[in-house]
Design a protein around this ligand. Structure first.
Ligand code: LMR
Length: 313
């Protein structure tokens, strides 16, 4: 299997490192626009192989998309990260152009690849990649739900003093402050989380999760990378190993949840064909209202992208 990761910054390099270390693909191509940057990171990952013990071959290239030809999966992490005080949506004008030109190159050389978007604002950059590639929703989707649920699970594990491995959770909506964690669908070793934690603590964790990316931006002056890179690699693994994992993924809803044509996080089955199935949960009225708020917000940003594209046409 051949996997390309576009963008050798913190997130892209972490993703490539996890892919190599866990031998998820036998060939990993890291691409960056900055001369020598991807080559250096790929070489460093390759030189770690004898120490850790893996044989996935990692190569880096500067904007040479011919070297990515016939990739099975492509992860796009390109674009600017946000700085303290910014929302993800503030990145739209810069990152939309970057995601568009990268996607053009990706589909030129790997027309059959499954594309995973990581660039922000995530839901709308996934929409941009869909518009540019013309690929169906099963083949172009975004990474956010695994990251957001990982944050939620990590906070819960800390509060309950249990292993994060035993916490199962699902989350819906946009990758922003309007995301919708779903405590009703959260379990700890099969036990509903609501039986183990008081409402005030759970509400605080839900709130912290929704602002989880911003918390890290404030601490570090730039966006997170370890968990985002590992989350993208986990999606690649589900595809290349045809695992049929159940994950929340950013996908264009086409009637599910009564929503049509908007990119939002929803639980899916992920396998060799990309999205194998969208799972429809029976949301209650409160959850539906939260999802509707999130839909409205993402749609506004999608409309802003459409207006920008019209203005530059
Ligand atoms: C994240 O959630 O860590 C990413 O979307 C990056 C960011 O700016 O928050």
């Amino acid at each position: 299997m051949k996997v390309t990761v576009v963008g050798a910054g913190n997130v892209g390099a972490t993703c490539a490192d996890v892919l190599a270390t866990r031998e998820i693909a036998n060939e990993i191509v890291l691409v960056d626009i900055k001369e020598g940057f991807a080559e250096g990171k790929a070489l460093d990952i390759w030189q770690k192989a004898p120490i850790i013990g893996y044989d996935s071959r990692t190569v880096g290239v500067t904007s040479d998309y011919a070297r990515t030809a016939d990739s099975d999966v492509v992860v796009i992490t390109s674009g600017l990260p946000r700085k303290p005080g910014m929302t993800r949506d503030d990145l739209i004008s810069t990152n939309a152009g970057i995601v568009k030109s990268v996607t053009e190159q990706v589909v030129k050389y790997s027309p059959n690849a499954i594309i995973i978007i990581v660039s922000n604002p995530l839901d709308v950059m996934t929409y941009q990649a869909h518009l540019t590639s013309g690929l169906p929703r099963e083949k172009v989707f975004g990474m956010a739900g695994i990251l957001d649920t990982a944050r939620y699970r990590a906070f819960l594990a800390e509060a309950l003093n249990v292993s994060p491995k035993d916490i199962q959770a699902v989350l819906m909506g946009g990758h922003g402050d309007t995301m919708v964690p779903l405590p009703r669908y959260t379990t700890v070793g099969g036990i509903p989380v609501t039986e183990l934690i008081d409402k005030a603590t759970l509400d605080a964790i839900v709130q912290r999760t929704a602002q989880g990316g911003g918390e890290l931006v404030k601490l570090m002056g730039t966006s997170a990378w370890y968990a985002p890179g590992a989350a993208a690699a986990q999606m690649v693994e589900a595809i290349v190993r045809d695992q049929r994992r159940v994950f929340p993924v950013c996908i264009k809803l086409e009637g599910e949840y009564g929503i049509d044509g908007v990119y939002l996080g929803a639980p899916v089955i992920l396998g060799k064909n990309g999205i194998e199935k969208v799972i429809e949960l029976q949301l209650n009225d409160e959850e539906k209202a939260l999802l509707e708020t999130s839909r409205g917000h993402v749609k506004e940003v999608m409309d802003a992208l459409d207006n920008m594209s019209k203005a530059s046409a």
